[in-house]
Design a protein around this ligand. Sequence first.
Ligand code: SF4
Length: 451
Amino acid sequence: MRDISIIIRYRKAVSYGHHVLLGALETLSADVSYEVRFATSAAAVVEEIKKALPTAHRVLVLWSFYSPDALEMAAELQRIRAEIDDPAVTHIAGGVHATAEPVQVLDAGWDIAAVGEGETTFLRLVAAGGEPAGIPGLVYRDEAGGLVRTGRAERRELDAYPAFSVRWRRFNPIEITRGCVYACRFCQTPFMFSAKFRHRSVENVKRHVEQMVAHGRRDVRFITPTSLSYGSGDENVNLEAVEELLAACKSVVGKQGRVFFGSFPSEVRPEHVSVRALRLIKRYCANDNLIIGAQSGSARVLEAAKRGHGVQEVRDAVRIGVQEGFRINVDMIFGMPGETPADAAASLALARELADLGARIHAHTFMPLPGTPWREATPGRVDPETLRAIGELTGRGALYGHWERQQRLAGQLADAARAYPRPGKSRTLLPLASDPEPGPSHGSGGTAPKR
Ligand code: SF4
């Protein structure tokens, strides 16, 4: 009989977060016996629990999801519990939604909400045989139903833990930077990981690339809130650090390998784009496209969102990018809080102007995300004039995105925010509706899909 069986509720949309936990697990030094199982559906979770229960004292089921997925995941958990609800099984929710809304998560049926960065918390929980008492970074209810908060999770340097799991062959883009100094008001990243940059060292990244190559992988991508912030502690660009990073990666992957920087799954801020920066990327990297975060064509809205750049920087970045031979994708969010018809018109005008330059617009609808300063803001609506323009740009192949789905999700998030008017406090108004629909965690780039 082993101490613990760990079941990962494995979903492609959030796989990176689980890979990071598995990577951390490889560093565990505690004397505890465990196994890891993967479940890619609700039925598979039930199946794996049934297999694990006779062989382990405790079964930990790990879940991770973004705020727009929370209702769907809660419905799935209910189905699983209806089939198998054993006291030896603990369902743990981690990730950005559990961090922002731990009480919602507990009320929705999870046993424990893991709040903040998960690696150290997870290792301590495994070392303790799955017993949460006294482990920082957890919220749960005691036997009397009282809320227990164990304090802030430990934040360590990125080099402290692997960016993926070699042992379980679960690779993903390498997280080179965590946290973000910009603190845009619609974004969950600074809230989740702090408003400071922490960078993985070049040496550590290089070791990851060597491991990838040793396992037959030749494409290297990065996770970062803002690619050209690598090596910087503030808003400035440190191209020497960026070059050191890219040169090191390229030296490992060689001619057969490819390094991607400033493209999926990350992006660049417009004011960081320069001829020198883009030539550096061309020198070492294989990407023919860049993702640039613009978000709005209204200076007033950009200011209100605390984006830290203006509209002209977006125009300049797209022009430089096109001139240097990149295909440019521009992230824009429609229906931002307080957006007037004039602001919406300015965004549309910018979208058309950038499309005429050859850019493609990646359109989002504003969603009031938990943990952000705009959690309580009115959910984004796309007005009829914007809809017409979106249709026209889509028809030209100049616009894409899940903006319609996000518009529906924005309403659900607003309902949840009204039901829990103060984050972390008990529900006072509305029940959680159940209309499952997945979606991204924030309307910009940054670390959204990664954790
Ligand atoms: S939107 Fe991008 S730049 Fe702004 S806080 Fe989020 S990750 Fe940072």
